[in-house]
Design a protein around this ligand. Structure first.
Ligand code: G3P
Ligand code: MG
Length: 243
């Protein structure tokens, strides 16, 4: 069955990468989450997509210049101001603590292509091991050097390269870096690439799939997972196809 991974949580309806969005994704029937990790000035792992806090909070400036204590004072509700209370930028520890009490899987995307956060891989791996979640986590990144480093540090934790463009035979590339799967942009994942990858034992989890017709196509081709802002919609379509 194609798994539904909620992109930044239930990002279509709730503030992305917040505990609210993660909890609502679970309620909406997602099988797992995708989230983005950056690092604070005092070396804490936090869940936020951009290098800067400007777009998604009421603050300004780079995450790497904030101490965790100050970052936690920001309101991450951004365009969802009608929500009754402030949302904080979660720490990765907070999400994993909650996740360990659910049956969900989680794709941790290391956001270290623009800012090369020193020691990020070691910190993420330690945390995943501390919460005993190695078999439910996939570490991905556009920085492929970083995921290879993660694999070398922790071969028991799955890695997956993010591919924004189509590669020639991406399953061979994945195998070459010891990844069991890859995460392509949905436009770079036509049926024949998905089928050939699955036949070679390589998983495919396209992002960010929100269009009904695309979700339907990916469920029908038995893609490993879809990464979507709309877990409830994806669930409805998957349930309809299975009937
Ligand atoms: O991990 C899939 C997807 O999230 C990659 O792009 O920019 O949404 O983090 P982005
Ligand atoms: Mg992401």
């Amino acid at each position: 069955m194609t798994l539904i991974l909620a992109h930044r949580g239930y990002a279509a309806e709730y503030p992305e990468n917040t505990m609210l969005a993660f909890k609502e994704a679970e309620k909406a029937g997602a099988d797992g989450l995708e989230l983005d990790v950056q690092m604070t000035r005092d070396g804490e792992l936090v869940v936020i997509h951009d290098e800067k806090v400007d777009r998604t909070t009421d603050g300004t400036g780079l995450v790497k210049d904030y101490k965790l204590e100050d970052l936690r004072k920001l309101d991450a509700r951004f365009k969802f101001q009608s929500l009754p209370k402030k949302e904080q930028i979660p720490t990765l520890a907070e999400v994993l603590e909650w996740l360990s009490g659910t049956g969900m899987v989680c794709n941790i995307e290391l956001k270290n292509s623009i800012i090369p956060y020193e020691g990020m891989e070691e910190k993420v791996i330690k945390m995943v091991r501390d919460y005993d979640l190695s078999d439910r986590i996939i570490i991905s990144s556009f920085n492929h050097y970083s995921i290879v480093q993660s694999y070398l540090l922790a071969p028991e934790i799955e890695i997956a390269p993010l591919l924004s463009e189509g590669l020639y035979m991406p399953w061979i590339y994945a195998q070459s870096i010891k990844a069991k799967g890859f995460h392509p942009h949905w436009r770079a994942a036509p049926d024949q690439i998905i089928t050939a990858s699955l036949e070679s034992g390589i998983d495919v989890r396209p992002y960010t799939v929100n269009k009904e017709a695309e979700l339907e196509r990916l469920f029908k081709v038995n893609c490993t997972a879809v990464i979507t802002d709309e877990p409830a919609k994806a669930r409805r379509i998957r349930d309809k196809i299975k009937q």
